[in-house]
Design a protein around this ligand. Sequence first.
Ligand SMILES: Cc1cc2nc3c(=O)[nH]c(=O)nc-3n(C[C@H](O)[C@H](O)[C@H](O)COP(=O)(O)O)c2cc1C
Length: 298
Amino acid sequence: MDRGRPDDRTVKTALALAVRAPSIDNIQPWRWRIEDRSVRLDLDPSRAVSSTDSEERDLVLSCGAVLHHLRITFAALGWSAVVRRLPNPANPNHLATVGLVRHRPSPLDIALCAAISRRSTDRRPYTSWPVPPGYLGLVTERAAAQGAILRLATDHARDRLAIAMRAAAERHAGEPGERFEPAERHADTAIEPDFAELLVIGTTADDRLSRLRAGEALSAVLLTATNIGLATCTLTEPLEIPSLRRSVRGGVLDGYAYPQAVVRIGWAPTSAASRPVTSRRLIEDVLDPFDPIEVRAC
Ligand SMILES: Cc1cc2nc3c(=O)[nH]c(=O)nc-3n(C[C@H](O)[C@H](O)[C@H](O)COP(=O)(O)O)c2cc1C
């Protein structure tokens, strides 16, 4: 440790774990910079591959997920993150500056950090074992703590959501290879019949800050569920099509919140083979050199 800040090795360890975060089509649309007393997160729009994400919703959500992962990894390493979101109005791609203060890791910090390397997107159908309401209550609380709304789709709302998911999958399946990893994405994405619980993450506004927070909430939901032993799968496919997004907004969120992501959650079959680990870019490839002159100029 140096002058009340973590040393570079600690920061790079935190980053290496944080970038295990999920991202749309695994594009990892982030850049990092280790500054004098903080870590800076920028969105890298050049990583975008989808033409249907014109508002960069999925990119910002992905960066929100990696931001929350970073907060968790630092917490487990003994540093509490003090986050300034969108600190520079002149640069909307500067998503966050993360300051750090010493803290004692809690058992929860360590458990959620350990869940990072166990989490993966599991697109298979889930079993009929019920997810206890207390577990769903816990993930709902964790999403709320990040400033998002989590709604369990039941009855008619679930039917509406399932129809939207099916329609989106069918529409995208007909598109020639525009996605980063379309084969896996479409071949085994479970729609129905499937016993997954369907959760929708929503926000009361639909701006960049709300999407960043929704990504943080998504990460909190996924890591909490993984820590419990539940399988998860994030889906934004149905929300990329405006008419389907409106249908999910009205049918699941009663029109008062904006849907940002759908999460399937449930128990994977115990006989199922373990999931392949998806690759990540090297830290050196996503880390910009620190330029103290530019920081002083801000
Ligand atoms: C914002 C966001 C949107 C996503 N949307 C979808 C989706 O619509 N369909 C899907 O199968 N996976 C989706 N994913 C999952 C990613 O494809 C997955 O996170 C990525 O391939 C990395 O794999 P991993 O989660 O197993 O580490 C999404 C992930 C994020 C963060």
